[in-house]
Design a protein around this ligand. Structure first.
Ligand code: ADP
Ligand code: MG
Length: 706
């Protein structure tokens, strides 16, 4: 079924609206981050605040900086006294309540005379300043004759904008789009509409672009309904994909368990109960006859890698293949080294296959080996799945740190195999429940809560940056005792442009590297994003081995890197890092049995949020609590880090605020799938429209192809 014709107008190009030229169209493209902006994109670009132009105080009593509207008489024109310089053309107006000065820079005399003829009455609206004791407006937003007062005296929606697009233009484009918006069949449950007091879709989209009060913009029913629509669409889309997984037969994995026993015996430690439980859950899934799709959440250092390895045991015993995908080259290499160390002595063939291994020709030979079934376990980055790798018999895919992969990549991965493999997703970022739900719907999930035995608390302290010399002294002692140290350099605010911030990160890291080198000589290593992975690896290896005692790094070590002998983590400008990031970084130490410490160096004052983060870090090592606090402090979008979040962001809903709506949407979607999985009923058909509205075309196709 193609997109229903009733919503076709919403998918026409915004450029086709009368009066939108090339420039406006390209401004819209930049604003909405899309090459071809559709009407629906415009409609879903909601105002974030509101100016109430109905405000009209006496002129002598206007507060500074507010937007207001006045009916005034034009008294006189005062052209600039000099032609040169940047002096305004001024126009003096008044009404019974006082005097209003208008100022125009670079104004043509003819323009002023036409707009503001002396002796006439005009409606003027704009932001008022108090200037030398009188009210002044520089470049009013509106100058209209009294008959056109209706154009001005109302609440005006304020939109997020880009250069080249004014709010007035945006408002006009939105109102044109609203005019084109059709009435749509209702996909929400009538009882729910009544209970929430929501109107229909058309009514909501109209109201949201014509707010009457601040309330309407921030918490209005119209916005709420549209947010719910968006959440319901995403939950439904997830569940449709999920339902298809469920229907697909999966390889029934059953063996005597010999390989697993051997693997366990080869490990230098005993599994924790938590690891054992998760392995049990995985085994049950894989033996069920359906495809496994399970999310394993485990805090940093909880030992997920070993779980991944042991989960592969039965697959290997059955003569099938398993793959492990890592988000970065460094991590893929590290995993491969570990897997080779443990598995190769058991006769299991492990291959590292990333875009950076070997020459293209060698990689081709390696791929041929994979296709011929001469390899049991393939470890790689996602390039592994982008370059066309055919497996002989791929039965299990483990995706490590999976939130770094985009939603589409996850989908691609599932499409790859001929017989769909079982899938285990692993993430080290403890994700608040709301987020898990938004990202995965009701996917099965396992949690590794406990850390391997013998782990000690990481002693965490916060010190102002002035104490660096003391820290360096303490490091001398720690290193003399055989400890290893990470020194993480600042991350410039996430808001700034990525490239700019990376440059600054690197400059800071290089400087710290030099000062530490002057104390510790050639026992200090440096890695950052600009150093090529091939060159990074020997440095990391040197740190894991005997060459370096201190590793200065930007956040490249953030994910997954494992050096058990590292026991000290110094984080410079800790106040700039997000909580989850601090937690991830701290998780790099405290992995062995030795006591570990984390020193958070902050610039004084750390700021309110900075201080809260430092306090929480000192208070707890519980990743889940930290994730919740992070969400509270930063808002959802940032919890996973913008750059690494694989989550599609919502256009209307805001998870920090709409958590309850999300729960309701999930229950609603569950009910719908239960009642009408094929979306055939009246409501089901309307729901298809909803899915198209949010561009879940792919998922609708799943209904049939499943
Ligand atoms: P993560 O969950 O962050 O990926 P890793 O799998 O890297 O954690 O494990 C962290 C460290 O803990 C590794 O050095 C690993 O060898 C070790 N480890 C894993 N399981 C156990 C265990 N049961 N007992 C002791 N150490 C363990
Ligand atoms: Mg890991």
């Amino acid at each position: 079924m193609a997109r229903p014709s009733v919503i076709a107008p919403l998918f026409s190009r915004a450029a086709e609206l009368k009066g939108i030229g090339k420039q406006l169209d390209s401004a819209l493209s930049r604003l909405l981050g899309k090459a071809e902006v559709r009407l629906i994109d415009v409609l879903f670009h909601l105002p974030t605040s509101l100016i109430d132009r109905r405000f009209s105080p006496p002129l002598t009593a206007v507060p500074d900086g507010v937007v207001a509207t006045f009916e005034v008489m034009v008294e006189s024109h005062l052209p600039p006294a000099y032609k040169r310089g940047n002096l305004p053309f001024r126009v003096i107006c008044s009404n019974a309540s006082g005097v209003l000065h208008l100022s125009f820079f670079h104004a043509r005399k003819e323009y002023i005379e036409k707009q503001l003829p002396i002796g006439e009455t005009r409606i003027i609206s704009g932001r008022v300043e108090r200037y030398h004791g009188h009210a002044q407006i520089v470049h009013p937003d509106y100058i209209v004759p009294v008959e056109e007062k209706w154009k001005v005296a109302k609440a005006e929606a304020i939109y997020p904008l880009v250069a080249g697009l004014t709010n007035r233009q945006m408002g006009w484009i939105a109102s044109e789009a609203v005019k084109q918006a059709p009435e749509l069949p209702e996909w929400l449950d009538a009882a729910m509409l009544r209970q929430k007091g929501w109107g229909g879709w058309k009514q909501a989209i109209t109201a949201v672009h014509k707010p009457v009060s601040e309330e309407d913009v921030i918490s209005g029913k119209a916005r709420e309904r549209l947010a719910y629509d968006e959440l319901l669409a995403s939950q439904l889309a997830l569940m449709l994909a999920r339902a298809r997984y469920r229907k697909q037969a999966g390889l029934v994995v059953k063996t005597a368990g010999n390989v697993q026993t051997k693997m366990e015996a080869a490990l230098p430690f005993r599994l924790t109960d938590g690891q054992r439980n998760v392995l049990g859950e995985i085994a049950t899934d894989m033996a069920s006859g359906a495809r496994m799709l399970r999310l394993l959440q485990g805090d940093v250092g909880s030992g997920k890698t070993v779980v991944a390895m042991l989960a592969m045991a039965d697959i290997i015993e059955m003569g099938k293949q398993a793959a492990l995908m890592a988000p970065t080259d460094i991590l893929a290499r590290q995993h491969a080294a570990l897997f080779k160390r443990i598995l190769e002595p058991l006769g299991i063939r492990v291959m590292l296959l990333t875009g950076k291994v070997g020459t293209p020709k060698e990689r081709e030979a390696m791929r041929a080996q994979v296709a011929a079934g001469e390899v049991d376990v393939v470890i790689g980055t996602h390039a592994l799945f982008q370059e066309s790798v055919a497996f002989k018999d791929l039965a299990l895919v483990v995706v490590d740190e999976q939130h770094r992969f985009g939603v589409t990549q996850r989908m691609q991965l599932a499409e790859k195999a001929i017989i769909p493999p079982h899938i285990l997703l692993m993430t080290a970022t403890p994700i608040p429940r709301t987020l898990t739900m938004a990202m995965y719907g009701d996917m099965e999930s396992s949690i590794l809560r406990e850390k391997p035995a013998g782990r000690q608390k990481v002693e965490t302290r916060a010190l102002p940056l002035e104490r660096v010399p003391d820290v360096v002294e303490a490091l001398k002692r720690a290193i003399a005792d055989g400890n290893k140290v990470y020194w993480i350099c600042p991350l410039v605010e996430e808001m700034e442009e990525e490239i700019g911030s990376e440059k600054e990160d690197i400059a800071a890291a290089e400087m710290r590297f030099k000062t530490l080198q002057s104390v510790f000589g050639n026992r200090v290593g440096l890695v950052h994003g600009r150093i090529k992975p091939d060159a990074r690896e020997p440095i990391m290896a040197g740190f894991a081995g005997d060459e370096y005692d201190i590793l200065v790094a930007t956040t490249v070590v953030e994910v997954g890197v494992d050096v058990p002998s590292a026991t000290v983590m110094v984080i410079e400008h800790a106040e700039r890092f997000g909580l989850s990031q601090l937690h991830q970084l701290r998780g790099r130490v405290g992995r062995g049995s030795k006591a570990s410490s984390c020193i958070l160096l902050y610039r004084n004052p750390a700021g309110e949020v900075g201080e809260q983060r430092l306090r929480i870090m000192r208070e707890t090592e519980d990743g889940f609590r930290i994730a919740e606090e992070d969400m509270r402090l930063r808002g959802v979008g940032d919890v996973l880090g913008k750059r690494q979040s694989g989550m599609q962001s919502f256009r209307i809903a805001d998870l920090a605020r709409d958590g309850e709506l999300l729960s309701a949407a999930r229950d609603d979607a569950k009910y719908i799938i239960h009642q009408d999985a094929e979306l055939q009923s009246e409501r089901g058909k309307a729901l298809r429209t909803l899915l198209y509205l949010f561009s879940y075309d792919e998922n609708i196709r799943l209904i049939h192809s499943g």
